[in-house]
Design a protein around this ligand. Structure first.
Ligand code: 9GP
Length: 801
C-alpha cells in the first residue's frame, strides 16, 4: 500500500490519470462515452484514494497507540455532498479543476451532479456532520454511528404554494463514498421475554434483524487525519423464507427482508410529533445495539479488562434519541459479562455523556411503558433498577424517569451520563433552571456548556471562494484551522480599498444567486437590493410568520408612499415543515401566496420582493449564505437552543437581525452590539409577558401597522379565491399567540428599519459586515470539539504521530 504522497503534492497530471483509470477500470467506461455521473464517480474515486490513505494511516496510529476513541451516536448526520469537501480538505481544488478541464469536463458541473445526502432534519444533524469533520481536523480518533437511511429527509416542492413531500432518493444515483462491511454485521434482538435463571436475567428476544455497516471516511483539513462515519443498514437475519417460496407464496417468502429493511428505510420525518413511535424506538435501539457491539468488539481486540472501558471509550449521546445506550450497556456488562450491577452502572456512566439540543417538551422523548416493555423487556427492568438506584442515592428526589407509565429519556440520559451539556450559554443556563432543575440540584457538576460551532472548511473556504481568497490574500492561510485568526483582518477593514474588495465578493455572490434564481425559479431579483434571508426548519418558535407579517406591513407602507426613499429588499425563505405539522405548512403557503401578490405588484416590486425557495438542503444553504446581507434569527427568546445557521451567516459577512436567543447572545457579544440588529423580549421577559392574558390583543391595539397586516391575512388579501384560508393564523396571533409574535412585532419593525437605514449607507454596512466575519472565529466547530475533548471525553489529538 502506498501512503507516501501527501495529497497536497498530487499533480494535475497524476490526478487526471487517476480519473481516467477509475473511469475505465472501476466503472467500465471509455472517456468518449462517459456522462457527467461517470466523471463524477471517477473523480470521486480518485479523490477517495487519497482520503483512504489518510484513513488507513489514522486507524493505524490509533491502534498502535491504544488510543481512546470517541463514539458519536446520532440518529442524524446531515452530511450533504462530500466530493467538494474532500477536494477542498485535501487542497486539490486547482488540480481537480485543471484535470477535469484537460479531459474536456467542467468542474462545477461535475460537482453539482452529486446527490445531497439529507440524512438529517436540520441543525442537530448538520452539527453532527460538522463535528465529524472537526474531529478529523483535530486528529482525535472517532467514529460517528448512525443509520443508513435509504430515504433521507423528504424532497419538498410546491403546488399552488402548498408543500408537497416526495421521497428523497440519494441512493438511486451512484454514491462514491461508502465501503460496505459485510464482516461488521450483528444480530439485533427485539421483543421476546426475560428468563430468570440461577439468580441471573437472560433476555430471549422474539425477533432479530441484522445490522450491517457501511463506512464513509471523513477527512480533515490537509488530509492529516480521517475518521469513520459508520452507518448501519437493516437486513433480514433470515433473508428468505424458502418453505414459503416452495409453497408458491412469493410475497411471504420476501416478507422478512421487507420488514427488516423498514428499520433503515426512512429518516423519521419529524422531530416533534407522535407518529411512527414504534418504528422510531426500533430505529433507536437498532442504532445503539449495533454501535455498542461494534465498540466492544474493537475494545476486546485491543484490551482484556472490561473495567478499562472508560479509559478507552467515550460515547456521546446526541439528544435523547440514543438514550437506550445506557440500559443496553448496563445489560451487556451485567447480564452478559457478569459484572455486578453497581459496577456495570459506574462503568457505563463513566463512558456516556449526553448533549441536550432542545428544551421543547415535545422533543424530549418519552415512551409509554407498554411499548417500551414490549420491544425491550429487559431494558425496562434495567431502567427501573437505574431509577431505584438513583432514588436510593437521592431520597430527596421528587421526579422519576418512570412516572405516568412512561420512560422519560431526558431524565434517563441525565442520570446515565457523567456529563450533560447544553449547546449555547443561554440554553445551558435554562436547562439548569427548567427541564433539569432537580437533577442539576442533585448533581451540580454534571451540566457543562459547549456552545455549538460550524466547520470553516465547508462554511467559508468551500462555499465562499471569493471571500476566502480575499481573507487568505490578506492574512495568509492559517485561519482555515485556526479561525480566531480572522481577527487579524480588523486593520484591513479600516482601509476603504480593502472594503471595496470585500463588497465586490459579496456583490458577485449575490449576482450568482440572482442568476441561479432566474434560471431555476423564473424570478429575477435586483442583486443590489438587500438580500434578507431566513432559512431553517419551519416552526412557530422560529417565527417565519413574524417575518412575513413584517414584510406585509412594509408592503402596505410602501404602497401608501411609493415615492419615499425605500431600501430595496429581497426577502428569501427556505425550509421544510414536518409533514404532520399543519400550522407550519400553512405558514409556507401563506408566504408563497404573499410572494405571488407582492412580486406582481408594479408599484412595489422594485423595492420589495419575496421568494420561498423549495427543497432547502445543505447545498442550497451553501448557495444562499455567502450571498446574504441580513440573517434572520428571530425565534422567541428561550426557545432556540443554539442555532448554527446564525454562525454561518455572520462568518460570511451577513448582519444578524435577532433576539437574545440561543447562540445569538454570544454572536452579538463577539461581533459587537453595533454590528447586530437586536430586538425583542428576553427569555425572562417572555415568561412574564405570557402571564398577561390578552398580551396579543394589547400589542395589536397599540400598533396600527400590525393590526393592518393581520387584517390583510385574516380577510384573505393574498388568497381572494379562498378568503378564509389564513383566518386561523390571524386568530392564533390575535389570541393565544404562545410564541409572542404580536408582542415582538413593533420592536422587530424598528430593528428592520434600522437595518434599512444602515444598508443605505454602503461604506458603513460593509464595515459592519466585514467585522462580523473578522469576529466570528470563535464559532468554529474546532473550538467546540476541543471543548468536548477536554471537558467531557478526556480524549486527545494524535496528529503528527
Ligand atoms: O433546535 C436546536 C438548534 O437550536 C441547535 O442549533 C441544534 C444543534 O444543537 O439542535 C436543534 N435541536 C434539534 O434539532 C432537536 O433537539
Amino acid at each position: 500500500m502506498n501512503i507516501a504522497t501527501p495529497p497536497t503534492q498530487v499533480t494535475t497530471h497524476a490526478l487526471r490519470d487517476a480519473i481516467v483509470r477509475h473511469l475505465c477500470y472501476s466503472f467500465g467506461r471509455e472517456p468518449d462515452y462517459a456522462g457527467t455521473e461517470d466523471w463524477r464517480m471517477a473523480l470521486s474515486f480518485a479523490i477517495r484514494d487519497h482520503i483512504a490513505d489518510s484513513w488507513f494511516k489514522a486507524a493505524g496510529v490509533a491502534r498502535r497507540e491504544g488510543a481512546k476513541r470517541v463514539y458519536y451516536l446520532s440518529m442524524e448526520f446531515l452530511i450533504g455532498r462530500l466530493l467538494e469537501d474532500g477536494i477542498v480538505n485535501l487542497g486539490l481544488v486547482d488540480q481537480a479543476r485543471d484535470a477535469l478541464a484537460a479531459l474536456g469536463q467542467d468542474y462545477d458541473t461535475v460537482l453539482a451532479d452529486e446527490p445531497d445526502a439529507a440524512l438529517g432534519n436540520g441543525g442537530l444533524g448538520r452539527l453532527a456532520a460538522c463535528f465529524l469533520e472537526s474531529l478529523s481536523t483535530l486528529g482525535c480518533p472517532a467514529y460517528g454511528y448512525g443509520i443508513r437511511y435509504e430515504h433521507g429527509l423528504f424532497r419538498q416542492s410546491f403546488q399552488g404554494g402548498r408543500q408537497i413531500e416526495a421521497p428523497e432518493t440519494w441512493l438511486t444515483q451512484r454514491h462514491a463514498w461508502e465501503f460496505e462491511r459485510p464482516d461488521a454485521r450483528f444480530h439485533i434482538g427485539f421483543g421476546g421475554h426475560v428468563e430468570e435463571r440461577d439468580g441471573a436475567s437472560v433476555w430471549h428476544p422474539g425477533e432479530y434483524v441484522d445490522a450491517e455497516a457501511y463506512d464513509t471516511p471523513i477527512v480533515g483539513w490537509k488530509g492529516r487525519w480521517a475518521n469513520t462515519l459508520r452507518l448501519w443498514s437493516a437486513k433480514a437475519a433470515d433473508p428468505f423464507d424458502l418453505p414459503a417460496f416452495n409453497r408458491g407464496d412469493f410475497a411471504a417468502a420476501a416478507e422478512p427482508e421487507a420488514l427488516a429493511r423498514t428499520i433503515s428505510r426512512v429518516l423519521y420525518p419529524d422531530d416533534t410529533t407522535e407518529q411512527g413511535k414504534e418504528l422510531r424506538l426500533k430505529q433507536e435501539f437498532f442504532l445503539v445495539a449495533a454501535a455498542l457491539r461494534d465498540i466492544l468488539a474493537r475494545f476486546d481486540k485491543e484490551h482484556s479488562d472490561i473495567r478499562q472501558l472508560p479509559e478507552k471509550v467515550a460515547i456521546q449521546l446526541n439528544d435523547t434519541h440514543p438514550a437506550v445506550a445506557g440500559p443496553e450497556l448496563v445489560r451487556i456488562l451485567h447480564d452478559e459479562r457478569g459484572l455486578p450491577f453497581d459496577e456495570a452502572m459506574t462503568i457505563t456512566r463513566a463512558c456516556l455523556s449526553y448533549t441536550n439540543h432542545t428544551l421543547l417538551p415535545e422533543a424530549l422523548e418519552s415512551w409509554g411503558e407498554g411499548l417500551f416493555g414490549r420491544l425491550l423487556p429487559r431494558h425496562l427492568q434495567i431502567v427501573d433498577m437505574i431509577d431505584n438506584e438513583h432514588y436510593e442515592a437521592n431520597p430527596s428526589r421528587t421526579q422519576s424517569m418512570r412516572s405516568d407509565h412512561q420512560v422519560k429519556m431526558g431524565q434517563l440520559s441525565f442520570v446515565m451520563a457523567h456529563k450533560v451539556n447544553g449547546v449555547s450559554a443561554l440554553h445551558t443556563e435554562l436547562m439548569k433552571k427548567t427541564v433539569f432543575s432537580e437533577l442539576h440540584r442533585l448533581h451540580p457538576d454534571r451540566i457543562v456548556n459547549q456552545t455549538n460551532g460550524v466547520t470553516p472548511r465547508r462554511w467559508l473556504l468551500a462555499c465562499n471562494p471569493r471571500l476566502s481568497s480575499l481573507i487568505t490574500d490578506t492574512i495568509g492561510e492559517g485561519w482555515v484551522d485556526d479561525l480566531e485568526r480572522l481577527r487579524e483582518l480588523e486593520p484591513a477593514i479600516e482601509d476603504a480599498a480593502w472594503r471595496e474588495r470585500f463588497d465586490a465578493a459579496k456583490r458577485a455572490n449575490k449576482a450568482d444567486l440572482s442568476d441561479w434564481m432566474a434560471a431555476t425559479q423564473g424570478v429575477s431579483v435586483n442583486p443590489d437590493a438587500m438580500f434578507d434571508v431566513q432559512i431553517k426548519r419551519l416552526h412557530e418558535y422560529k417565527r417565519q410568520h413574524l417575518n412575513i407579517l413584517e414584510t406585509i406591513a412594509l408592503w402596505q407602507e410602501i404602497k401608501d408612499n411609493p415615492n419615499a426613499d425605500w431600501t430595496p429588499r429581497v426577502v428569501l425563505f427556505a425550509g421544510k415543515a414536518a409533514p404532520g405539522y399543519a400550522f407550519a405548512k400553512d405558514i409556507i403557503r401563506l408566504i408563497n401566496d404573499v410572494a405571488e401578490v407582492l412580486n406582481a405588484d408594479k408599484t412595489t416590486r422594485d423595492v420589495l420582493q419575496v421568494l420561498f425557495l423549495p427543497n432547502y438542503n445543505v447545498t442550497l444553504a451553501e448557495r444562499l449564505i455567502p450571498a446574504a446581507d441580513l440573517s434572520e434569527q428571530i425565534s422567541t427568546a428561550g426557545k432556540e437552543a443554539s442555532g448554527t445557521g446564525n454562525m454561518k451567516f455572520a462568518l460570511n459577512g451577513a448582519l444578524t437581525i435577532g433576539t437574545l436567543d440561543g447562540a445569538n447572545v454570544e454572536i452579538r457579544e463577539h461581533v459587537g452590539a453595533d454590528n447586530f440588529f437586536l430586538f425583542g423580549m428576553t427569555a425572562s421577559e417572555v415568561m412574564e409577558r405570557r402571564k398577561i392574558e390578552d398580551h396579543a390583543a394589547q400589542a395589536i391595539a397599540a400598533d396600527p401597522r400590525l393590526a393592518r397586516a393581520l387584517e390583510a391575512v385574516r380577510t384573505g388579501a393574498f388568497c381572494p379565491d379562498e378568503p378564509d384560508r389564513y383566518a386561523h393564523i390571524a386568530a392564533n396571533l390575535a389570541g393565544p399567540d404562545y410564541f409572542l409574535v404580536a408582542s415582538d412585532f413593533a420592536d422587530y419593525w424598528r430593528a428592520s428599519r434600522e437595518a434599512d437605514a444602515a444598508f443605505a449607507d454602503p461604506a458603513t454596512w460593509t464595515r459592519k459586515a466585514a467585522l462580523n466575519t473578522a469576529r466570528s472565529g470563535w464559532f468554529s466547530s474546532d473550538r467546540t470539539i476541543r471543548g468536548y475533548m477536554q471537558d467531557i471525553w478526556a480524549a486527545r489529538s494524535y496528529l503528527g504521530q
